[in-house]
Design a protein. Structure first.
Length: 247
């Protein structure tokens, strides 16, 4: 991929800025990077705390429309694969796109997340804008109180800690590889296999939107979360999922 790298020490939201660039016709690979966000956001309109020490990046992608729905899962699995391949850590992906650090003797903690917005209009045609946040050297003690025990930084589990520039390079490469794989003739099947490999929580209890509960059975053929309720199997395509064993 080619594309301009736009850097900010501070910005309201890398995602909102990249969406504006996509609407103006920015080429694929154009990315916005910031050291801090004032109004970062995650899935379901959740705020994304964005202090110094984290990587905050949004990138413009153009994926075949029939495969665009796989982009969030593909990126999450690609990040898990590449980061675990570079650093001595165990990772998993909580559906649909939370990156978790897995450690013996303690609940899984969130290292990062992915947000994908679809941009329908623009001179370059439809696009996806993928926003990725990774806690690199973030001091989790400075996060909002409800996040402190649930988040982890690479600097806590990797010594010496990697630099923001190093992690940015890994993230961009993982995103490019995930999208390239989706474009291949067997791209959906390859992506499906990788996403199933990195899915966290199979066999664990989960709740969706605080109401529906069951046991995670795996990932469906269209990327939906499979949830078993006794003899019934639900296919979850959207919602706020909480999984046992995650802080």
């Amino acid at each position: 991929m080619t594309g301009v790298r736009e850097f900010h020490e501070e910005v309201a939201s890398t995602q909102d800025r990249a969406i504006a660039l996509a609407r103006s016709g920015a080429e694929e690979g154009t990315r916005v990077v910031a050291r801090r966000q004032r109004s970062g956001r995650g899935r379901l309109d959740h705020a994304w705390a964005s202090p110094h020490g984290g990587l905050y990046l949004s990138i413009v992608l153009r994926t075949p429309p029939d495969r665009a729905g796989w982009v969030p899962l593909a990126i999450g699995a690609g990040l898990a694969h590449d980061l675990a391949g570079r650093y001595p850590i165990r990772l998993g992906v909580k559906w649909p796109n939370d990156l978790l650090v897995l450690e013996d003797g303690r609940p899984a903690r969130k290292l990062g997340g992915v947000l994908v917005d679809r941009v329908e209009a623009g001179p370059g045609g439809p696009a996806e804008v993928a926003g990725i946040g990774v806690n690199v050297t973030t001091d989790v003690r400075g996060l909002p109180e409800d996040l402190r025990g649930r988040a982890v930084s690479l600097s806590e589990v990797v010594q010496p800690p990697p630099s923001l520039d190093e992690v940015e390079g890994l993230v961009v490469a993982a995103v490019e590889a995930a999208v390239a794989a989706l474009r291949a003739p067997d791209g959906v099947e390859r992506t499906r296999r990788r996403c199933r490999e990195w899915l966290f929580g199979v066999g664990r209890r989960a709740t969706v939107d605080g109401a529906t509960s069951g046991t995670i059975a795996g990932l469906g053929d269209e990327g939906e979360l499979l949830l078993d309720q006794g003899p019934h199997r639900l296919r979850i395509r959207a919602g706020d999922v909480r999984v046992d064993g995650v802080a």
